[in-house]
Design a binder for this molecule. Structure first.
Ligand code: IPE
Ligand code: IPE
Ligand code: MG
Length: 258
């Protein structure tokens, strides 16, 4: 992890930093970022995509294994139609523009969320991104798109109930592992850190099951302003946390730790 970009210039920060295996991000504040500058919300979202490219690059350099980005929630459909259209358009643009580059960087794209209400052009692009990168072994880029944790849990319950009704599964076989496996995130480890920008301190229906032992880091800047320095500061904050999982022994991947 050393020798890349600004991190090499900040040895004091690096020494204090634990690199999470899985960083999940609620990218919030595009609208307020734009408003402060007298720009449209669309322009805020566009600048948000620039910050997405930045965090992907930085996550690769820092050796993070899984980066989950909350890019559109189940509840975001309630925004004005034109804004929803803009956000859909930006996702398409991002995949069309960046997929080849992500593939070259050995990034594996995984999409979590409900596919049912998406238009076929978007659904096809998501499948293409996953298919093209499925054998990659570098950063796992998890895009939470049309994602809602309650919807995810509801479909998991239905899935398990359906298997019980068909006689494929007994009620006693429904354990934590079975529930986890029925979620969109089935093969993805739980996030070590859930980071939210914009100053809001809530989950907004993000990863409710998976967040059981995640550390929360709330960053006081809008998403388009979230850069390498902000990321390193957030990781230093995470590194200082004692993760005990209900026990008495701290199990952090702190600097020098596993
Ligand atoms: C985050 O920024 C982007 C999405 C939710 C898609 P917002 O659009 O929520 O920005 P604010 O919170 O209104 O500032
Ligand atoms: C959460 O942000 C969803 C995403 C970042 C995609 P919102 O802006 O939708 O959340 P609320 O409405 O402030 O809770
Ligand atoms: Mg918001």
């Amino acid at each position: 992890m050393s020798g890349h970009g600004t991190i090499a210039d900040l040895p004091s920060l690096v020494e204090q930093m634990a690199i999470p295996r899985h960083l999940a991000v609620i990218m919030d504040g595009n609208g307020r970022w734009a408003k402060e500058r007298g720009l449209s919300r669309t322009q805020g979202h566009r600048q948000g995509v620039v910050a997405v490219r930045e965090i992907v690059k930085n996550s690769i350099e820092l050796g993070i294994d899984y980066l989950t980005l909350f890019s559109f929630s189940s509840e975001n459909w309630s925004r004005p139609e034109s804004e929803v259209r803009d956000l859909m358009g930006l996702l398409k643009l991002f995949i069309r523009n960046d997929l080849a580059k992500l593939n070259k960087k050995n990034v594996k794209v995984v999409v979590i969320g409900c596919r049912e209400s998406l238009t076929s052009d978007i659904a096809d692009l998501l499948v293409e991104a996953e298919e093209k990168t499925k054998d990659n072994t570098g950063l796992n880029l998890v895009i939470a798109f049309n994602y809602g944790a309650r919807q995810e849990l509801t479909q998991a319950v239905k899935q398990l109930a359906g298997r019980v009704a068909k006689g494929e599964l007994s009620v006693d076989e429904i354990d934590e592992a079975a529930v986890s496996a029925a979620l969109y995130s089935n093969s993805i480890p739980d996030p070590d850190v859930i980071l939210r920008t914009s100053g809001e301190q809530r989950l907004s229906n993000f990863l409710l099951w998976q967040a059981a032992y995640s550390e929360f880091v709330f960053v006081d800047c809008y998403w388009p302003d979230f850069d390498r320095v902000r990321l390193e500061e957030a990781l230093v904050e995470y590194s200082g946390r004692d993760r005990r999982y209900g026990g008495v022994v701290t199990q952090n991947r702190a600097a020098g730790g596993a």
